[in-house]
Design a protein around this ligand. Structure first.
Ligand code: KG4
Ligand code: ZN
Length: 349
């Protein structure tokens, strides 16, 4: 079925409360993202209970603002889309409850969207044309996943992280280096003045034939490097704020970023060669990373591959990318009002 009218999309899987209005041609009429960064900064990471409470306060204002910016009312909506997985359960439930209520009251279809798949659908939205089939890499604070994307609604996981996600590695590394939260942009900024060859960090699992990732050892390697224990000498107080000089911090940030990027690009190369897909889609917050973008451009040239990276405003969490709900609506898919949320990325429709 082709639902006319507008889609209201709601996203609350982690620490952004987001709502967007998208038309059938994937035109973004509004894309409102209320960040909670200031609430979580003092902890150096997202605190689930703080996040879900903040979503409760922000969800209705975010929806109102999305409708206001789009210049439409509730009666103009043809369907409501919502992220149901994966994410923090308490956070997901806030968005789901709002979406179910609107679906029931307005008597319009409810469609659930897988957040990691939506990160890849963002590539189709920016390209403005069909981009599937493709290999997909989702790199965010909670996930590092490689997909074989057969179509806009058929995703098979080829590999995932066995411990920390790539974004988590950026966030934890930045915390160790005293660079603040969120860590990805902070490390990118610090790395700009550094020499990525000053320190040689490990590239975990880079030579394994599997398409899985591991980043927790890298963070430990950074810790040892900062303490001086990687050279067998412990420098007392090395982890105190301001203990390292800014040039050393810049070098460590650049080398650490380079190690994460190297592993991500090597696994993408392997996945593309293995599947024979002509295209690589990249989404999620870490896809905003400048060095990753540079190295993916080199990969595209070397492998004669089309690489489509979601634009920065569609890389980090947002509701507009949940416009992939139109693909489900076209296939007659609807969610029932007893729909539940899940922390797991694998859909069991
Ligand atoms: O997709 P996202 O907004 O939220 C999740 O679903 O997790 O991703 C957030 C993650 C954080 O770990 C943040 O540090 C990272 O994306 N990030 C970056 C950059 N911008 C955001 N990592 C590296 N470089 C960036 N420029
Ligand atoms: Zn995300």
């Amino acid at each position: 079925m082709n639902a006319p009218g507008l889609l209201l999309a709601i996203e609350s899987s982690c620490d952004e409360t987001a709502a967007a209005v998208i038309d059938r041609c994937l035109r973004i009429c509004s894309n409102v993202v209320c960040s909670q960064d200031e609430l979580h900064r003092q902890y150096g990471g997202v605190v689930p209970e703080v996040a879900s409470r903040a979503h409760v306060e922000r969800i209705i204002p975010a929806i109102d603002e999305a409708l206001r910016v789009a210049g439409v009312g509730l009666d103009d909506l043809a369907a409501v889309a919502v992220t149901s997985r994966p994410g923090l359960v308490g956070s997901l439930l806030v968005g789901l409850t709002a979406a179910k209520t609107l679906s029931l009251v307005l008597d319009i279809p409810l469609v659930d969207v897988n957040h990691v798949e939506a990160h890849l659908f963002a590539c189709q939205m920016s390209a403005g044309r069909p981009v599937f089939p493709a290999v997909g890499l989702v790199v965010s604070g909670g996930h590092t996943l490689l997909f074989d994307c057969r179509s806009a609604v058929e995703f098979e996981i080829l590999g995932s992280t066995i411990d920390d996600a790539a974004g988590e590695a950026f966030d934890k590394g930045a915390k160790l280096l005293g660079l603040g939260y969120p860590g990805g942009p902070a490390i990118q900024r610090a790395a700009a003045a550094g020499n990525s060859r000053a320190v040689k960090f490990p590239r975990p699992m880079i030579d394994s034939p599997q398409l899985d990732f591991s980043f927790s050892g890298l963070k430990t390697a950074l810790l040892y490097e900062m303490q001086g224990t990687s050279h067998g000498r412990l420098q007392p107080g090395a982890l105190e704020p301001g203990a390292l000089d800014p040039a050393r911090v810049a070098d460590l940030a650049a080398a650490y970023q380079e190690a994460i990027v190297d592993v991500l690009v090597a696994k993408c190369r392997k996945a593309v060669r293995r599947t024979g897909r002509p295209r690589l889609l990249v989404g999620g917050g870490v896809a905003a990373n400048r060095r990753l973008r540079e190295c993916l451009a080199e990969l595209a040239a070397a492998e004669s591959l089309e690489v489509i990276i979601a634009p920065p405003n569609l890389c980090t969490d947002n509701a507009a990318m949940a416009a992939m709900a139109w693909e489900h609506l076209d296939r007659g898919r609807r969610a029932a009002l007893d729909l539940d949320v899940s922390p797991n990325p694998i859909r069991n429709r």
